[in-house]
Design a binder for this molecule. Sequence first.
Ligand code: PEP
Ligand code: MN
Length: 262
Amino acid sequence: NRKFHPLDSIIQVGQEHVKVGHGNFVMIAGPCSVESEEQIISVAKSVKASGATMLRGGAFKPRTSPYDFQGLKADGIELLLEAKRETGLPIVTEIMNANHLPLFEDVDVIQVGARNMQNFELLKELGKTQKPILIKRGLANTIKELLMSAEYIMASGNENIILCERGIRTFETATRNTLDLSAVTVLHELTHLPVIVDPSHATGVARYVKPMAMAAAACGADGLIIEVHNDPPRALCDGAQSLRPEQFEDVVKAVYAIRAAA
Ligand code: PEP
Ligand code: MN
């Protein structure tokens, strides 16, 4: 709450000197899911070359259908760690069950997905660690509810939290979700925590990612998380919203141009 904590928080990520918040902008990129060694290493190298400061990749995937690819799980985390060793990029990956926490020991940022934003027992367990937590706004949750979920983590002792607006469910069907960019402004007013935007899950459409990424940078977001795949048509998850590496490079340039102008 700004009343008790007027200054912006700066979240320190890993040993890699990546900071998030208070003017420190983070560019997180990578595939929806880790699929193979070749895929994650290839994507990690290309997004790093384009200017990404952190690598994302799902190992435990919260899929709507139980028959869809559920992720490589522990093997996926091993492959992310290999990509981190190869590129030096800190890694962010989603946790779905607190019992898996030992697997996340060398993960730099633990993601709580939209579907688990109100999994309060999970939040309390994450609060007992000092790991940076990236918590995404739930599909149908208010800004206040997102803040209360962050409060659960903080009340258990961990203040290293990054908030993420990733679109909410509305009556509109042209996009996968409706990106609520005003949440960035409202959250900056209410809280000291950094706020990043996920234009990939917000729109669900690769060609809409660049304009929404630029808009997020223009309204003061502290970073972006963007899905990038080496072969989007063959992605096991979220191919339609995934950028090819060269498209991501174009987005990075556009976003940094906006930040430089602001
Ligand atoms: C993801 O980041 O891969 C993801 C599942 O996102 P969300 O929780 O926002 O749907
Ligand atoms: Mn995804």
